[in-house]
Design a protein around this ligand. Structure first.
Ligand code: GDP
Ligand code: ZN
Length: 369
């Protein structure tokens, strides 16, 4: 080897020379770089380079996992709170617990809107290169749900990849693959089976760097994790498969190193995903947006206008009604979320402005006019 510099112990976890540069001032302040592997209330697990041996030393890997307090980086906006996959600066000497002193800027983030009264964002995984969407072939795949997952994945800034799991249960997996590929422009769709092992090596070869694994509960995510990691890390509970209610209990880690390099971030099973606005939807429906750009009028509402390319494609069947409806529904949802978060941001700005005005008034600056 001509390069004498040994690889950084966290290189397998995605640490780069750019991050090293970004981290320099934090390093000078005595902080350690680490990647968050799990978050609980007020605490997180963070993987750091192991300077020697110790009680939490993960012998041989050059790494160890610290449990750290996250209070110092708490943020009122849930999207800005630490999440699995984040790079952080840790003060390992803090007492009684190491402290997460800072979060490094994210390269990508998988964010969904939590269901419930407040449309708040929830980060499922940070700094991933690929979003692996697991879809079970135990039943007919729901194309609308896949489109939603794809919009979420594109919006993260990472590249989506669809794994059609349990391919051994599908009568004609290739036929279904083609149907799914038709709603996933620019995305590889791969039928896999943990039972026959079919395409598992292909899938493993498609994953490099960091991958977030998303999907509904019962989609076969735990089984995928175990197969890709080559170890029984997740307990797969054998329950009624007909209603898709497979359950798993995750062991302590959510950030799993893969034998071929890179890491897999497991996310909780999602019933549905609310979009968090943004450009991801346009990427998930790039075929539809391209079509709409071909309409005669720039502001075509795709109603009764002459020269409407969308209507022509709906009429000749090149654009299925289902996909068009799905696109419009998600667009409306996106607009609503964006309006709500804009309203929230505006309210927050007004509040900050009032606080500022009050502090200025209290200091007597205004009265001096
Ligand atoms: P999770 O909830 O997404 O983590 O799903 P699990 O990995 O727990 O799997 C749910 C159910 O699907 C379990 O009963 C698994 O044994 C089953 N399963 C997972 N992968 C496959 C597969 O490739 N083929 C078949 N036939 N069953 C599978
Ligand atoms: Zn039109």
């Amino acid at each position: 080897m001509s390069d004498a510099t040994p690889a950084h112990p966290l290189a397998g976890h995605g640490w780069t020379p750019q991050l090293d540069e970004l981290f320099a001032p934090l390093h000078d302040a005595g902080l350690l770089p680490g990647r968050i592997s799990r978050v609980d209330r007020g605490r997180c697990d963070v993987v750091v380079a192991d300077p020697g041996s110790g009680p939490d030393s993960d012998t041989g890997s050059g790494l160890r996992t610290l449990r750290a307090d996250t209070a110092a980086v708490h943020d009122p906006d849930p999207v800005r709170r630490p999440c699995t996959g984040d790079w952080a600066a840790v003060d390992p000497a803090a007492s009684p617990l190491p402290v997460l002193a800072a979060l490094l800027p994210r390269r990508t983030a998988v964010v969904r809107v939590t269901t419930g009264g407040r449309s708040e964002g929830q980060v499922l995984a940070a700094n991933v290169d690929t979003v692996l969407i697991a879809v079970s072939l135990a039943a007919e795949p729901d194309l609308g749900r896949i489109e939603r997952f794809l919009a979420l994945a594109w919006e993260s800034g990472a590249q989506p990849l669809v794994a059609l799991t349990k391919a051994d249960l599908a009568g004609d997996a290739e036929h279904i693959r083609a149907d799914v590929a038709a709603v996933a422009p620019g995305v590889t769709v791969l039928p896999v089976s943990a039972v026959t092992g079919g395409n598992m090596e292909v899938l493993a070869a498609c994953l490099s760097g960091s991958t977030a694994l998303v999907g509904q509960s019962g989609a076969g995510k735990s089984t995928l994790v175990n197969t890709l990691a080559g170890a029984e890390l997740m307990t797969v509970r054998h329950v009624r498969d007909r209603d898709g209610k497979g359950r798993h209990t995750t062991t302590t880690r959510e950030l799993i190193p893969l034998p071929g390099g890179g890491v897999l971030i497991d996310t909780p099973g999602l019933r549905g995903v609310g979009l968090y606005g943004g450009e991801g939807l346009g990427q998930a429906f790039s075929d539809v947006e391209q079509l709409a750009a071909e309409c005669r009028f720039d502001d075509c509402a795709h109603g009764t206008e002459p020269g409407c390319a969308v209507n022509a494609a709906l009429a000749d069947g090149t654009l299925p009604e289902r996909r068009w409806d799905s696109y419009r529904r998600l667009r409306r949802e996106n607009a609503w979320i964006e309006a709500r978060s804009d309203a929230r941001l505006a309210a927050e700005r007004r509040r900050q402005w009032k606080v500022l005005q009050k502090s200025v008034r209290d200091s007597g600056v205004i009265r001096r006019r």
